[in-house]
Design a protein around this ligand. Structure first.
Ligand SMILES: CSC[C@@H](O)[C@@H](O)C(=O)COP(=O)(O)O
Length: 361
């Protein structure tokens, strides 16, 4: 159920397009519309998803990915289900399929549950709730950037050289971003000393998506293989590592894209700050530690080659966890849309009450 391509594909086809995932209202065909992240960077196209099956498929194929973005897609998927699935038992099954489409990022289950909680009030109420989640994530990105540039300035001084992993920009949220949103804000303020994007094997979210976003925003960058990150830090070329998260546990353990832990170890060894930027919608006080989080294991096909090009011998067995756990003691600070918690200084969530949303605009 791949959905329908609605924009003529090609380089530059998305110029001016702002939102990664959104709702489109046609009289007969309400739909979830999203940037097809499997096609980037060379092909820019939108997918229109008119069924719940197509939304589930898009989340599982990573046509939409990144914790806040899949939360928004899941919430809009529930709103779509209410419009398109008349039988109550089928509707429950559709909502469950959305909730279970990916297990690790807390945003997905949380957003699906939130919209499902108002389904009894009708289709308009479900859509309003899903759109509220979308709008909250947009506002969160702006606020994380405001808190983040203050923290990075305090930790690293006036022109920090940053390393970031995976993709945490507007493609992973709705607009703006988490960690990459802070990088963009520093660049706009003329306060960015440099940025290295890790390629992020196996699906290359860094090489394909972060580079696309940085280039689009006119931010100079370098691209490094994942294994180079800790050495670039050791060689003194990085002042802080800045990443996003898929779930942050009650004890401060951070679950994020595979490779995050290695960068945290490299940062700790070199005494370089390791900063995590994620909205409160990614904070999960109900999960005690990273050991309690289901880590998604993905297919052999993602590891044995690049796209259709096989690089390993046929038939090899792989290990392909999509995420890892960075223990809280390696995390300098977590920046959310409402606060900064300095785990390295012994702070916990309880020590830092929720503050206001902030804006750089
Ligand atoms: C806001 S981005 C934070 C995370 O969602 C991001 O770093 C990440 O791990 C995404 O993984 P993905 O498998 O691409 O959905």
């Amino acid at each position: 159920m791949p959905g329908t391509v609605v924009d003529a594909p090609g380089a530059g086809a998305l110029s001016g397009h702002q939102r990664t995932v959104d709702w489109v209202e046609h009289p007969d065909h309400p739909a979830v519309e999203l940037i097809d992240q499997t096609a980037l960077p060379d092909v820019e196209r939108l997918l229109r998803l008119e069924t719940v099956e197509a939304v589930v498929d898009a989340i599982q194929r990573l046509a939409v990915r990144g914790a806040p973005a899949i939360g928004v897609a899941g919430g809009l998927g529930v709103a779509l289900a209410v419009r398109t699935v008349p039988d109550p038992a089928d509707l429950d099954a559709a909502i469950l399929a959305l909730r279970n489409a990916r297990p690790t990022a807390v945003n997905l289950a949380r957003a699906v549950d939130r919209v499902a909680g108002v389904v009894a009030a009708g289709a308009d109420a479900a859509l309003a709730e899903a759109l509220a989640i979308r709008d909250e994530e947009i506002a969160s990105s702006d606020s994380m950037a405001a808190y983040g540039i203050d923290l990075i300035g305090a930790l690293c001084g006036p022109a920090p050289r940053l390393l970031t992993h995976c993709n945490t920009g507007g493609l992973a949220t709705v607009t703006g971003g988490t960690a990459l949103g802070v990088v963009f804000a520093l660049h706009r303020a003329g306060r960015l000393g440099g940025v290295v994007a890790s390629e992020t094997r196996p699906l290359l979210q860094g090489a394909r998506l972060t580079t696309w976003e940085l280039a689009r925003a006119g931010v100079p960058f370098r691209l490094a293989v994942d294994g180079a990150g800790p050495y670039l830090i050791a060689r003194g070329e990085i002042d802080a590592v800045i990443i996003g998260a898929d779930r942050i546990c009650a004890n401060g353990d951070v679950v994020n894209k595979i490779g995050s832990y290695a960068h945290a170890l490299g940062a700790a060894r070199a005494g370089v700050p390791f900063v995590v930027v994620a909205p409160e919608s990614t904070v999960d006080p109900a999960t005690a530690t990273g050991a309690d989080v289901e880590i998604e294991d993905r297919s052999d096909a993602e590891v044995v080659g690049f796209g259709a090009v096989r690089s390993a011998p046929a038939g090899v067995v792989t290990a392909n966890p999509a995420f890892d756990v960075t223990p809280a003691d390696l995390v300098t600070a977590v920046v959310t849309d409402r606060r900064v918690v300095r785990f390295a200084a012994g702070e916990t969530w309880d020590d830092v009450p929720l503050g206001p949303l902030r804006s750089l605009l």
